[in-house]
Design a protein around this ligand. Sequence first.
Ligand SMILES: O=P(O)(O)OC[C@H]1O[C@@H](O)[C@H](O)[C@@H](O)[C@@H]1O
Length: 249
Amino acid sequence: MVGLPEHIKACLFDLDGVLTPTADVHRAAWKAMFDAFLAGQAERTGAPFVPFDAEREYHVYVDGKARADGVRSFLESRGITLPDGAHDDPVTADTVNGLGNRKNAVLLQRLRRSGVRPYPGSVAYLHAAAEAGLRRAVVSASANCREVLVAAGIEDLLEARVDGITARSEGLRGKPHPDTFLAAAERLGVAAREAAVFEDALAGVEAGRAGAFGHVVGVDRVGQAEALREHGADVVVADLGDLLAEAGR
Ligand SMILES: O=P(O)(O)OC[C@H]1O[C@@H](O)[C@H](O)[C@@H](O)[C@@H]1O
């Protein structure tokens, strides 16, 4: 009915880049923060300044991961080690958490300035899934998930939320581990094989495969369809509306 295999009873949606166009806001905020940090490093060490590649490096090291995991993973790729620091480190701290919080300040400023409009195809899909009797949850690495859902006006279309705050309080490992998706399936009362995962991040489709979910839909808005398939997507669409069109709705 909504372009999914017959045995699927629930949909687990990623947020940024799947339901809302906020993946671009995250990406730009990461670039602003990392570039300023790397420029400072270059000045301090005399090494050349190599800016953050908002395409390749973002998708490989940061996208879809919990905030601190993204910082750690990118810095490691550049051979830079910083102390983790504490979750509430100030934005001035040169620690993993300090850098993450610095990026978050940029992100919130931009989100609050421009507001959030959900993808129309995703809103139509949420309604169609509800009408078809499918259970619905959002599974996001972001600690800002609820704020974005509310700003987009789609909070009520989802029955459960597992986000960056849930993951931290319940000690769940972030994507590419399947823990947050498994927790959402449990909240909806379905087994992993009865749930479909909708993801635009490589780490996200990888989590879908790692958790043996019943179906993994890759959402490609940036031209990485092949990489999404390689990392675990069973099908790749450009927009959730395409699934409805294929199902003749
Ligand atoms: O820093 P936040 O809002 O908790 O988000 C963590 C991650 O959430 C993901 O949804 C985004 O794709 C990443 O870019 C982001 O880093």
